[in-house]
Design a protein around this ligand. Structure first.
Ligand code: SF4
Length: 425
């Protein structure tokens, strides 16, 4: 979400005639698109902003703007301005589409200002996007979240769920496909809630069918799901739609029902295991990836062992693993029984080791199989062309870079650890 918003800010600037500068010294405008999902992300942003003090002093015409989730937190913009008075523009998550007028205001008046809107429902479309991920493109289907997981700041800084109309989503995807993009990732904090605020009624599976109906050869991915909302209709739609990848990101967070209750996730361990089984029974060769957090307040050794058992049984095709860190402004940060940092470290090591061994097994099993790869990048140094299969697994082949943006059938010939190599057939 954050990366895509940076692409939008870049698009607005390019449309105004700016081009990307080589470094901060030569830049006329520096925009920070901050994230506040973790406190250390904020600390890093502050460190990077602070590092510009000298530069700004030596060139008063350089414009420094700070936006994103960090500034949208209550009272944060004022604190930021106090700490770094040289910032010219501080804007919030709901002001992003207005960045052109904010920058013009600064250029015309020379005055610095804070502009934080709380009008999350205005949902202005951003018409300019500087795409950085060719042949892949990110497309928002909705913004915000209603779930209020107890560890998460997102609903406070991104507001309640708002869906883009299916027409706007379809038109954006159509135009991307016409421009040659080959992989579209539909984005939402919880895509399964798509359409709940729209009339006539539509859900995410319906939207997938509409996007799948667009002419052209391209893939559709989506993220992220909420385990409580994944249902049979979604699984059947993934199975039936030829362009939708057989891959589901399914963030379980924990295998312990007690911890899940404290996280306010509104499902039990057994519910998510049943849903994984449902996905595997409906969608042929589905890849299921996940997010897992360890060290949530009150997580006992027994709870953590349940997560390990769950991971062993689920055999995820990939997992993003995290250590819980308290996020000011959330319920979990105030909970008693915060887990000792050393215990968290021990647990994450055990979990990562386990998932690595599962990843290795999946990679070894993949050798000999044929997959369709969309090539994305080329490494000049070692002459390797890299792309992803439907499940998102990276496959490397020795080939020139002409094939970037193309689909090819590849036979996987070797697994070096979890890194896969193949030959085009
Ligand atoms: S569903 Fe995701 S974005 Fe929404 S509150 Fe929970 S963790 Fe945060």
């Amino acid at each position: 979400m954050n990366e895509h918003e940076s692409e939008k800010l870049g698009g607005i600037l390019e449309n105004m005639g700016y081009i990307e500068a080589e470094n901060t010294e030569s830049a006329d405008v520096i925009v920070f698109n901050t994230c506040c999902i973790r406190e250390n992300a904020e600390q890093r942003a502050e460190g990077n902003i602070g590092a510009l003090k000298k530069l700004k002093k030596s060139n008063k015409n350089k414009i420094i703007a700070v936006g994103g989730c960090m500034t949208q937190q209550k009272g944060r913009a004022e604190l930021l301005k106090k700490k770094f008075p040289f910032i010219d523009i501080i804007f919030g998550t709901h002001n992003l589409a207005d960045f052109e007028s904010l920058l013009k205001r600064k250029l015309e008046t020379g005055k610095s200002f804070i502009e934080i809107s709380s009008d999350e429902y205005s949902m202005k479309e951003c018409n300019y996007v500087s795409r950085k991920m060719f042949p892949s493109a990110l497309v928002n289907v909705m913004y915000g979240c209603n779930n209020f997981c107890s560890y998460c700041i997102v609903p406070y800084v991104r507001g309640r769920e708002r869906s883009r109309t299916p027409e706007n989503v379809v038109n954006e995807v159509k135009s991307l496909v016409e421009k040659g993009f080959k992989e579209i990732t539909l984005l939402g904090q919880n895509v399964d809630s798509y359409g709940k605020d729209l009339t006539p009624s539509i859900d995410f599976a319906d939207l997938l069918k509409m996007v799948n109906g667009i002419d052209g050869k391209f893939r559709i991915r989506f993220m992220s799901n909420h385990p409580k909302d994944v249902n049979e209709k979604l699984c059947n739609t993934i199975k039936e739609c030829d362009k939708v990848c057989n891959s589901v990101h399914f963030p379980i967070q924990s295998g312990s029902s007690k911890v899940l209750k404290d996280m306010n996730r509104r499902y039990l361990g057994i519910d998510s295991m049943n849903k994984i089984e449902m996905m595997r029974s409906i969608i042929p060769n589905v890849y299921v990836t996940t997010d897992i957090m360890v060290g949530f307040p009150g997580e006992t050794e027994e709870d953590f062992n349940e997560t390990l058992e769950f991971t062993k049984k689920a055999r995820f095709n990939g997992a993003f693993t995290f250590v819980y860190s308290p996020r000011k402004g959330t319920k979990a940060a105030e909970m008693p029984n915060q887990v000792d940092e050393n215990v968290k470290k021990e647990r994450i090591i055990k979990l990562v080791d386990l998932q690595n061994s599962i990843n290795l097994e999946h990679s070894l099993n993949a050798v000999g199989k044929q997959v369709t790869v969309l090539f994305e990048s080329f490494n000049e140094k070692d002459g390797l062309l890299s792309g992803r299969d439907e499940g998102g697994k990276v496959i490397n082949v020795y080939h020139n870079k002409n094939l970037i943006g193309e689909f090819k059938n590849v036979k996987i010939t070797k697994a070096n650890g979890i890194t896969l190599y193949g030959e085009i057939i």
